[in-house]
Design a protein around this ligand. Structure first.
Ligand code: SF4
Length: 645
């Protein structure tokens, strides 16, 4: 049966997945365990799986099942490319140490940003000669892939799991990545919809054209497709590629001159009658879209056809299948197919024109799938049963929201109680309603400044009462920067801010520097782990409601309205409640942790949904005074108490 299980941090989810998976594997079944990131998947593979394996007694009659680890191809190093760059010191060091050929092993070897950047030169390309490569038998990626197909237990990530579903669907089951399996377990299931969206969405820009052309060029170069019989077709493909690149880039540039952000295509088209979608519909730009898609289809189609001709000539000559060419043809087919969907989107999805911030970054044509849950439901409906689990899956005590977002209709549900005694380990601070203005009433410059100053005052008071040690979570970067500037100017305590890059290093500094406080946005709401006194307080500045301004959000809201549903009640509010649960879940990471959760948004007092949001927090006493909240949990802000964490 399919299941959804919410199990709090510290309850041992990984072993709870691995032990029954190994029991099944021992009985000859195949099980796939997928988690959100590569880091988490590696943790399963390197730490949790060996622990689980030790719990069993393996004998000749009951041998240990074959297990394997697989992530996406671009996360493995290509031995051919490593040889090409063999004189680069970091590549040389990596070649001596790599066991699985993963980017994580490379980054552990690299010293500094410049060495890290060298990964791009050696990563497995999207198309290569495969079995004809002299290194095929030692290839990190192909070895991992064939081990995964032969294993009874496979550890992977959500992205590979979704790609497997998509490729099975596209080829009607002829091709797959993971082989047939009997059971799937998805950990960190709350992130599964976003992993699925990344796999289904597509962006076309001048950079995409360059990248695709680069892959084809270097594949043709690297694999010396110049056997005499096919040389004519290969040079034809080269000429076609040059032309395709130039013409597609020129049509995109023409589009860029005329373009403005908006919605270009929607499926179903009836959503264009929605006021907000209609207002953002840039119908006059449609001819440009068709021109770009036609150019790509014609240009890159000619490259593909020339390569396919080369392949058939080679086969006629008794040369068999040239994998380098076959994989390039497949790669180009996929690319052309994605571009076609921009001009003719399938339901429920859209094509939007977007630009980078302030139009500094160039034009992009973006395909966005809106109803991810429905699509996943179709992809998984005939598949084997699946268990989804995570520390945060329910909203208002129900799995309904995540079920609609992931498409999984579980026959079995279980919601385990908190692993820690939150009533004694944590307290909730909600400032009185007059301390901070309503954030929705701060749209003009002056009221916004008043709002930022009021938030900064309260955050400053909290940091003083707790002695720093706080994670301050924001929903917008602008708000974070405004509040950070004010707080950093007025406190002696160390403060850190998450910049657009370097999230990992700022997280490490926050963990190491106990009295510091970290001001952060999105990625720190989930999955950030800082056990101990270094994180004694989580401040959620405002309820993180998604404001529908982006094309994808406008269409999603219209899609709800078109079915007679209220998008705020059905999507925006449950999503915000889930994020508040995830953000507050950063506080207690082990049974000796103590601390305060602060929810500063005055709407918890003034709006009908305020109490509903609070009800999604773990059970704990609520205070309107930060000093009382701090006293309740017994955390002391004196300098002495901070020594050594
Ligand atoms: S098989 Fe492909 S990825 Fe593997 S080493 Fe050869 S060229 Fe690189």
């Amino acid at each position: 049966e399919s299941a959804m299980i919410e199990a709090p941090t510290g309850s041992g989810k990984s072993l709870a997945a691995l032990i029954p998976a190994l029991v099944q594997a021992r009985q000859g079944k195949r099980v796939v365990i997928a988690t959100y990131t590569n880091v988490l998947a590696e943790q399963y593979w390197r730490k949790d799986l060996p622990t689980a394996l030790e719990l069993f007694e393996w004998t000749d009659e009951r041998p240990q099942p074959r297990t394997a680890f697989l992530v996406g191809r671009s996360r493995y190093a290509c031995r051919q490319r490593m040889r090409e760059h063999g004189s680069v010191p970091v590549v040389k060091r990596f070649a001596e140490r790599a066991t699985m050929g993963l980017d994580s092993e490379f980054y552990a070897t690299a010293r500094g940003g410049r060495e890290r950047a060298a990964w791009q030169d050696i990563a497995v390309p999207p198309a290569c000669q495969g079995r004809e490569c002299p290194d095929y038998r030692r290839c990190f990626f192909f070895e991992a892939r064939s081990a995964a197909r032969a294993a009874q237990l496979v550890i992977t990530n959500h992205s590979v799991f979704v790609s497997d579903l998509l490729v099975r669907n596209a080829t009607e089951g002829d091709v797959d990545l993971l082989g047939d399996y009997d059971y799937a377990i998805l950990d960190e299931a709350h992130d599964f919809p976003s992993a699925a969206a990344s796999a289904m969405n597509f962006d076309l820009s001048a950079a995409t054209i360059e990248a695709v052309a680069g892959v084809v060029e270097s594949a043709m170069r690297a694999h010396e497709m110049s056997a005499e019989a096919i040389a004519h077709f290969v040079s034809k493909a080269r000429r076609a590629l040059q032309q395709a690149k130039e013409r597609a880039a020129a049509s995109l540039a023409r589009f860029g001159d005329a373009a403005r952000p908006g919605i270009l295509k929607v499926a179903p088209e009836s959503l264009l009658t929605d006021d907000k979608v209609g207002r953002n519909y840039v119908s006059d730009l449609e001819p440009h879209l068709h021109e770009v898609v036609d150019e790509v289809e014609r240009g890159f189609g000619a490259v593909r056809d020339a390569l396919a001709e080369a392949q058939s000539v080679e086969q006629e000559d008794g040369g068999g299948e040239d994998e380098a060419i076959v994989s390039l043809v497949q790669y180009l087919d996929d690319f052309i197919g994605s571009c076609r969907l921009l001009a003719a989107p399938d339901e429920v999805s859209l094509t939007a024109v977007t630009f980078g911030r302030d139009r500094v970054q160039p034009l992009m044509l973006s395909r966005r799938v809106v109803d991810i849950g429905a699509r996943l439901a179709r992809l998984m409906e005939t598949g084997p049963p699946c268990t989804m689990m995570s520390a945060t899956m329910t909203v208002d005590g129900s799995f309904e929201f995540l079920s609609s977002e992931t498409g999984l209709k579980p026959q079995y549900e279980e919601l385990l109680p908190p692993a820690f005694d939150t009533k004694s380990a944590a307290a909730l601070f909600v400032p009185p309603p007059d301390r901070i203005p309503d954030p929705t009433a701060t749209r003009d410059m002056d009221t916004a400044q008043v709002y930022y100053s009021a938030v900064a005052d309260v955050v400053g008071e909290v940091l003083a009462a707790v002695g720093g040690r706080s994670l301050v979570l924001f929903h917008s970067r602008r708000e974070m920067e405004e509040v950070y500037r004010r707080v950093a100017d007025s406190t002696e305590l160390p403060t850190l801010i998450q910049r657009s890059s370097g999230a990992r290093s700022v997280g490490d500094r926050f963990r190491e520097d106990v009295p510091s406080s970290l001001f952060a946005v999105r990625s720190f709401w989930t999955g950030f782990d800082a056990p101990g006194a270094t994180l004694s307080c989580v401040i959620i500045v405002r309820i993180p409601f998604e404001v529908p301004v982006e094309p994808e959000q406008l269409v999603r809201h219209a899609w709800y309205r078109s079915r007679g549903l209220d998008p705020f009640r059905e999507y925006t509010l449950p999503l915000a409640k889930m994020m508040v649960r995830q953000g507050s879940g950063r506080l207690l990471r082990n049974d000796s942790d103590r601390g305060v959760i602060c929810l500063l948004d005055p709407r918890v007092h003034t709006r009908g949904y305020g109490e509903e949001v609070l009800a999604n927090l773990p059970p704990m006493r609520r205070f309107e005074s930060i000093e009382e909240a701090v006293a309740q949990v017994g955390i002391v802000a004196s300098a002495d108490s901070l020594q050594g964490g």
